[in-house]
Design a protein around this ligand. Structure first.
Ligand SMILES: [Zn+2]
Length: 195
């Protein structure tokens, strides 16, 4: 009888409990490895810009393929074109290319009805010209979200056909809306990345 009992006793060796402890230790070590690695990653961008591109094409219904690089083209009085002309029908919504702040609502002989907008950091100026009209209630100093309706395509100023003249300028250290240095917006709009 005692011999039979000895045969039924569990054999020495790895027990299920030992395997559980080993698995738990492995999970703990992996978790620690992540915890150590995380602070070395780039800080995540804050929502809601997490999934948004830096720039959108600021005219409704215009795809990146339809953009034409007219940067540097000759203009009257020896001037060169410092923006991109986005052709569209009069009255088409113009939207903020990026989030930021309306710096100036300005009327000029060449640009017609225009908007100067800063990006959030105040490092860039977006210039929208030949507008038919501003969006209702738009004001200087107002914060705008990317894609927010700000105006409508027109042909004011020296434009001969309705289009949006769009410029991207680097602002100086003082973030003055009238003192930007233009960069080619074509590549920026194509890649949806700020210059
Ligand atoms: Zn133009």
């Amino acid at each position: 009888m005692s011999q039979q009992r000895a045969r039924l006793a569990p054999l020495p060796g790895p027990s299920p409990y030992g395997a559980f402890v080993a698995a738990s230790l492995l999970v703990f070590l992996v978790a620690m490895a992540f915890a150590v690695a995380l602070p070395r990653r780039a800080p995540p961008r804050l929502a809601p810009s997490l999934a948004a591109p830096d720039l959108i094409i600021p005219v409704d219904g215009v795809a990146a393929d339809a953009l034409v690089d007219t940067w540097g083209a000759a203009r009257s009085e020896g001037r060169k074109h410092e923006g991109i002309d986005i052709m569209s029908r009069a009255g088409t919504p113009v939207r903020a290319a990026a989030a930021g702040r309306i710096a100036k609502l300005f009327h000029s002989k060449r640009g017609g009805t225009t908007i100067y907008q800063f990006d959030r950091a105040g490092h860039l100026i977006f210039y929208y010209a030949h507008l038919r009209a501003y969006a209702a209630g738009l004001q200087e100093g107002e914060s705008v979200e990317q894609g927010q309706l700000i105006a409508y395509v027109g042909a004011t100023g020296n434009a001969t056909t309705p289009h949006l003249h769009f410029e991207i300028q680097r602002a100086g250290a003082k973030s003055q809306w009238w003192r930007g240095v233009a960069v080619n917006p074509y590549v920026a709009l194509k890649t949806a990345r700020l210059p």
